[in-house]
Design a protein around this ligand. Structure first.
Ligand SMILES: Nc1nc2c(ncn2[C@@H]2O[C@H](COP(=O)(O)OP(=O)(O)OP(=O)(O)O)[C@@H](O)[C@H]2O)c(=O)[nH]1
Ligand SMILES: [Mg+2]
Length: 461
């Protein structure tokens, strides 16, 4: 996409930083930074350094304390100073005296590194959290480069990966609500992102878009979404008569890979975060009657602002229409337990806790047999799987079919000849076991879901 290409083409560099508050362990801080590094890489930037400051809380004006800010600016060639800004005495005192203790720093392979001399130069500064407009202005002044926060990075990725009309609109709403106020405050970011804010190709810069016009644009986009959702609800309503299985889970867990194998579809599989932004629904292969539908959904991630999650709500609605949720995790990721917890929490938030769910521990080909055994012990009910292993896929398919069978009922009914068209419809909604032609109509024995049976009974009165 033209308006975003200037980041990816030049292979620019970034320095990442975080603030580790007292409730956060070293491990949590490190894994959050590893994840941010992957996000930044997905965005097309090369991470040259990572630094962490331990503080009771992020500084309200500059996030970091004065000393650490200077260190950060060392990577960008900035002054490290915010002009006309006098730090209050207590702010300085709140800087952890233990500040220079070895904080996790990551090199390109994600491994720990003890010293990162500022011989490297960063074009972007990226904070592993949320930045206010005031902090943004101050940090840009101190570092002299563009500053982004975690949500800004995620939005940039969303914006590149969105394909469907719905996803494009959702991303644009999220950008207008979340990014536009920040970009107006940012001297550096406005020029780069101006073209993509507002609308794709509209060519308006963030400066031109005043508050009122942003509000108008958001209302217009929301109205369009309402139309799209009405259509989706109609389609979903029709699908409700089917048995639907939804793949849910953290980004990069392997949902689309499983979708491909289960349905024979060509959904996008990529070793990138947020490869999938659009929900796809396909029939389980080889096909059953009535068909078992499988849906692939957008992945979850930690520290995603609530309103951004809300803008993707309809994507998740597909999961709520399911009879079974397949909680997919990348069991080879040391952080998978907290990733699973995030997925479960979001689904609970949107009212999905009543839907039966299975835990799929995916990517087990990357584990040792000892690790596998430990996992089996820890999660006795989980299904251990490798999305690339046809035998594992066949086992999963059979398990799904068993549940599907248990949800269907077999019955025999007489369909009068004057309502013969119902027989044609029934054939698409049920598995027909037997048909015999009597004097008044067709006696048909079939297997289907209670909803379809209720529909037929209604049509026959
Ligand atoms: N080794 C191994 N790799 C896997 C397995 N399943 C998926 N992968 C890889 O993991 C990466 C992510 O897979 P996807 O299927 O795109 O993951 P996803 O959950 O759909 O990710 P998002 O759409 O970003 O949320 C790809 O490189 C896959 O090839 C597995 O069982 N074993
Ligand atoms: Mg996917």
């Amino acid at each position: 996409m033209a308006e975003q290409s200037n980041i990816s083409q030049a292979k620019k560099t970034a320095v990442l930083f975080s603030v580790q508050t007292p409730g956060v362990s070293d491990q949590e801080n490190a894994s959050s930074l590893i994840e941010l590094r992957r996000l930044v890489k997905t965005m097309g930037l090369q991470v040259v350094a990572t630094l962490t400051q331990r503080r009771p809380k992020p500084d309200t004006a500059t996030i970091l304390g004065a000393g650490k800010l200077k260190e950060l600016a060392g990577y960008t060639g900035g002054t490290g100073i915010v002009e006309g800004f006098r730090r209050k005495a207590e702010d300085n005192a709140s800087d952890d005296p233990d500040d220079d203790s070895p904080a996790p720093r990551l090199d390109e392979s994600g491994g720990a590194r003890s010293s990162d001399g500022p011989g490297v130069r960063a074009d972007f500064v990226i904070y592993d959290g949320e930045i206010t407009t005031k902090q943004l202005q101050n940090l840009e002044q101190a570092t002299g480069v563009e500053v982004l926060d975690r949500t800004g990075v995620i939005l940039e990725i969303f914006s590149r990966h969105a394909k469907s009309r719905e996803a494009l609109i959702q991303v644009e709403i999220a950008k207008l609500t979340y990014l536009a106020p920040r970009l107006r405050a940012s001297r550096m970011g406005a020029d780069r992102q101006g073209g993509s804010i507002g609308s794709k190709g509209a060519g308006e810069t963030a400066h031109e878009l005043d508050k009122r016009r942003i509000r108008d644009r958001i209302s217009e986009l929301k109205a369009r979404l309402v139309e799209i959702h009405a259509e989706q609800d109609r389609r979903r309503g029709r699908r409700r008569e089917n048995f639907q299985v939804a793949l849910v889970g953290y980004t990069n867990a392997g949902k689309s890979s499983l979708m491909r194998q289960l349905t024979g579809s060509d959904v996008l599989v990529e070793d990138k975060l947020f490869a999938t932004l659009d929900t796809r629904v396909k029939a389980l292969q080889p096909e059953t009657f009535p068909p078992v539908l499988v849906s692939d959904t957008v992945g979850f991630i930690k520290k995603l602002p609530h309103d951004l999650v809300a803008s993707f709500q309809s994507t998740l609605d597909e999961a709520l229409a399911a009879s079974l949720l397949l909680f997919t995790v990348d069991a080879s990721d040391p952080d998978f337990r907290s990733q699973l917890a995030v997925t479960q929490a979001v689904l609970k938030d949107i009212g999905g806790e009543k839907i039966p769910g299975w835990l799929l521990l995916n990517k087990i080909d990357k584990l040792t047999s000892a690790e596998l055994e430990a996992l089996q012990h820890e999660f006795p009910d989980a299904i251990l799987i490798c999305a690339h292993n046809p035998e594992h896929i066949a086992t999963l398919r059979n398990k799904i079919l068993q549940l599907f069978e248990a949800n269907t009922i077999q019955t025999t009914m007489l369909i009068p000849y004057d309502k013969g068209h119902l027989l044609g419809q029934l054939r698409t909604k049920a598995s027909i076991m037997n048909e015999s032609y009597g004097e008044t109509g067709t006696e048909v024995t079939f297997k289907t879901f209670p909803e379809t049976l209720a529909w037929l009974q209604r049509m026959l009165v």
